[in-house]
Design a binder for this molecule. Structure first.
Ligand SMILES: [Fe+2]
Ligand SMILES: [Fe+2]
Length: 459
C-alpha cells in the first residue's frame, strides 16, 4: 500500500467546522489578482456591501445572498482576460484596473482607449487594435462584459449558491440608468445584489486608489447614472458615521467579515463541498486562457489515476485530486499578455510566469482546510535535479504527491495545443517524459502513467 508521509493525507477530520466564508474569502484574493486590484478588494467590497444590506434591513438568507454575491462578484473575471488582452493589445490586469477608475462619460472611455491601447507595442499592432475598437467597440465591450457576467453566475451555481446570488453576479455591470452591459436593463430590474455589488466595487476601487474622499465623491457622482440613488444615500450616511473608514482599513477586516457571515449555521463544508469548490475554482483558472480549457480538471483526473495505480488510498487520492485541480491557481496573478504570448518570453516575462507557482502556494496556504496542500500544489514545477522553481527543491524533498501532479501536468500540457506550438501525439509526449526520468520526472509516476496510456484510460 502506498504510504504518504504528508500531514494533509491524515487530516480529513474537521472539515465540517470550516467556514465557507473563510474558504471563499481566501479564494477571493485570487480574483483580486486577476482583476488587477489590490489584495483584499473583494473582502472590502463585501464588507461595504454587507453594511449596505444590513442598513436596508435585510437578514437571514437574503443577507447571506448579498454577502456572497459581493464577495464573489468577480468569479467570472478570468473568462474575459485573454479577450481584453487581445482587444486592447495590452496587459489585462493593468487595463482592468485602470478601466475601473474611468469616469462614467463616453469621452472618458475614449481617453482610456487613446492612452492605454497598444502601449509599448508596434505601431501596426496599436493601429489595428484602435481601428477594431473604433469599428466594433460596442459589440466588443458587450461581449467582454457578457462573458464575465454569465461565467461568474454559472460558477456561483456550481458553488451551490442560490439563483439570487447568480443573478446578482450576472447583473454586476448593469447601470441604474440602463447604460450598463451586457443587458442594458435599468432601475429595479437590476438585481438588488448587483446594484449593491457595483456600488461597493466603485467605493473600494476609488478608496484603494485615491482615498476615502475620492470614494465618497465618486459614489455621489454616479448616483442616478451608474448607481441606485437610494443606495447611494444610504452609503453617504454610513460612510459619514464614525469608524466606517477606520474599520474598512483594519488589518483584520477579513476575520471581522467571517464573523459577519449571515446564517453561517446552515452551511457545512464537507468533503463533497470541498470537491465542488475545488472544481469551481479549477474552472476559474482554466477560463483565464483559451489554451487551458479543461487543463485543471484533466490534471486532477490524471493525478488521481496515477495515485490509484500507485496504491494510494481513497481519501488521500481525493485530497490529491483537489491539489492537482488547483495547481495553477497562481496563474490568475499572471497577465494574459504573458500567458498568451506566442513567441519566446523575455527574462522579466519568464520570471512573472514562474511566479505563478509561488502564488499557488500562497493562495492555498491562506485557506485553513487546504493549507496542507499548498506546498504540494505549488511544487509542481520543482525538478528532481534541483533546477525547478520556485524553491529549487530536489529529490530529497519533493513529495510524491507533487511528483504525481508534475507528471500529470507535463503530460496534459504536451498533449494539448499551446500558444507557441500544436498538441503532440501521445507517443511523442511519453518519449519526452521518459527522457526526463530522474531529472524532472519520477520513475514510478511515469510507469503508472504508461499503464494508464496503454489501457486507454486517458482518452
Ligand atoms: Fe504551472
Ligand atoms: Fe499546469
Amino acid at each position: 500500500m502506498f504510504q504518504s508521509n504528508h500531514a494533509f493525507f491524515k487530516a480529513d477530520e474537521g472539515t465540517d467546522q470550516s467556514r465557507l466564508s473563510e474558504i471563499l474569502g481566501a479564494f477571493s484574493y485570487a480574483l483580486d489578482l486577476t482583476e488587477g486590484q489590490p489584495a483584499g478588494h473583494s473582502i472590502r467590497a463585501c464588507w461595504i456591501g454587507t453594511q449596505l444590506a444590513m442598513a436596508l434591513g435585510l437578514n437571514g438568507e437574503e443577507l447571506r445572498d448579498i454577502y456572497y454575491a459581493v464577495l464573489l462578484k468577480d468569479l467570472g473575471c478570468s473568462a474575459n482576460a485573454a479577450r481584453v488582452t487581445e482587444m486592447f493589445a495590452g496587459d489585462d490586469r493593468k487595463l482592468k484596473h485602470d478601466f475601473k477608475l474611468l469616469g462614467p462619460k463616453p469621452e472618458d472611455f475614449g481617453a482610456f482607449v487613446a492612452s492605454e491601447v497598444g502601449v509599448g507595442r508596434d505601431a501596426a499592432v496599436r493601429e489595428q487594435a484602435l481601428c477594431n475598437l473604433a469599428e466594433n467597440g460596442g459589440a466588443i465591450m458587450t461581449d467582454i462584459m457578457g462573458t464575465r457576467c454569465s461565467r461568474g453566475a454559472d460558477i456561483a451555481r456550481q458553488l451551490r449558491f442560490s439563483e439570487d446570488v447568480a443573478q446578482a453576479i450576472a447583473h454586476l455591470d448593469e447601470h441604474w440608468d440602463g447604460s450598463g452591459l451586457p443587458l442594458g436593463i435599468a432601475g429595479p430590474d437590476i438585481h438588488l445584489g448587483g446594484r449593491i455589488a457595483l456600488l461597493a466595487q466603485v467605493a473600494d476601487v476609488f478608496y484603494s486608489a485615491k482615498g476615502k474622499d475620492a470614494a465618497i465623491a465618486e459614489v455621489r457622482n454616479r448616483a442616478g447614472s451608474w448607481l441606485d440613488p437610494e443606495l447611494c444615500a444610504i452609503f453617504e450616511k454610513l460612510s459619514a458615521a464614525s469608524g466606517f473608514w477606520e474599520e474598512l482599513a483594519l488589518d483584520d477586516l477579513a476575520e471581522q467579515l467571517w464573523e459577519l457571515e449571515p446564517a453561517a449555521q446552515y452551511v457545512s463544508v464537507d468533503e463533497d463541498y470541498l470537491d465542488d469548490i475545488s472544481s469551481a475554482f479549477g474552472r476559474v483558472i482554466d477560463a483565464k486562457s483559451p489554451y487551458t480549457a479543461g487543463h485543471s480538471q484533466r490534471v486532477g483526473m490524471i493525478a488521481e489515476k496515477i495515485a490509484e495505480n500507485l496504491g494510494m488510498d481513497d481519501q488521500s487520492r481525493r485530497v490529491l485530486r483537489r491539489a492537482a485541480i488547483l495547481h495553477d491557481v497562481g496563474k490568475l496573478g499572471v497577465s494574459s499578455a504573458i500567458l498568451e504570448k506566442p513567441g519566446k518570453l523575455d527574462a522579466e516575462e519568464w520570471a512573472i510566469m514562474q511566479s505563478h507557482a509561488a502564488h499557488t502556494t500562497n493562495i492555498l496556504g491562506q485557506i485553513g482546510v487546504m493549507s496542507d496542500m499548498a506546498m504540494i500544489a505549488g511544487s509542481h514545477h520543482e525538478r528532481l535535479d534541483g533546477m525547478g522553481y520556485p524553491l529549487g527543491l530536489d529529490e530529497r524533498s519533493i513529495a510524491i504527491e507533487s511528483r504525481i501532479i508534475t507528471v500529470a501536468d507535463i503530460y496534459d500540457a504536451l498533449t494539448t495545443d499551446r500558444p507557441y506550438r500544436k498538441a503532440m501525439s501521445t507517443e511523442k509526449a511519453m518519449a519526452i517524459l521518459q527522457s526526463e526520468i530522474g531529472v524532472a520526472v519520477d520513475q514510478r509516476c511515469f510507469e503508472a502513467l504508461q499503464v494508464l496510456v496503454a489501457e486507454g484510460q486517458l482518452q
